[in-house]
Design a binder for this molecule. Sequence first.
Ligand SMILES: [Fe+2]
Ligand SMILES: [Fe+2]
Length: 228
Amino acid sequence: MTTTHDKETPPELLAELRRISARYCLEEGGSHGPDHTERVFQNAMAIGRSMGARLDILAPAALLHDIGRSQESRSKGGLCHADIGADMAEPILRELGYSEEDRTAICRCIRSHRFRGDTEPESLEEKILFDADKLDSIGAVGIGRAFLFAGQIGARLHNADADHSATVAYSGEDTAYREFQVKMSKVSKEMLTPLGRKIARRRHEFMETFFAELNLEIYGSVLQAAGE
Ligand SMILES: [Fe+2]
Ligand SMILES: [Fe+2]
């Protein structure tokens, strides 16, 4: 059945949105560069399709959701990249021919995707972008990103024996395991859509398995880890 919800973004427009997004996200590299944007886009499209959401709103919102990140980095966290990103997206979307109504819907998705301030995700598309972005911070991808980030700041490989409430972000103790304990382990409970919640639960279980194995290999006996 074809509904207005099936409206897909034409490939040329998607390519243009990707080009614009990469221009802003490239310098973020590693865990927040264009690869992250693309995964969030794919997550959002899959969930959006399954839940009958407006894909023509979700696609530009996902591709532009982190364009304000480098400004937040430069401000050392003083500015919120979701707010800046939404402000930056408005003229970009106008230039690309989006209607005022669609621009408002897309910018609201971008503004609320972080959901730490006052802007709570409300529409289905806002909730899906929030979940799509969060999903990329957990599971195998989340673990990979956490180690990549730890490597970028020169943190240790593992420190399960450290008291993580006493360790400091961006220090040598800011390991992937600290990230798991402090943030990633809580994400599955923050999801806003039923499908996002279901996917997050599976990813959460995988992280538990991974870190249990890492603890066993590092703190258990090498023989025990091999089942000997
Ligand atoms: Fe973000
Ligand atoms: Fe993001």
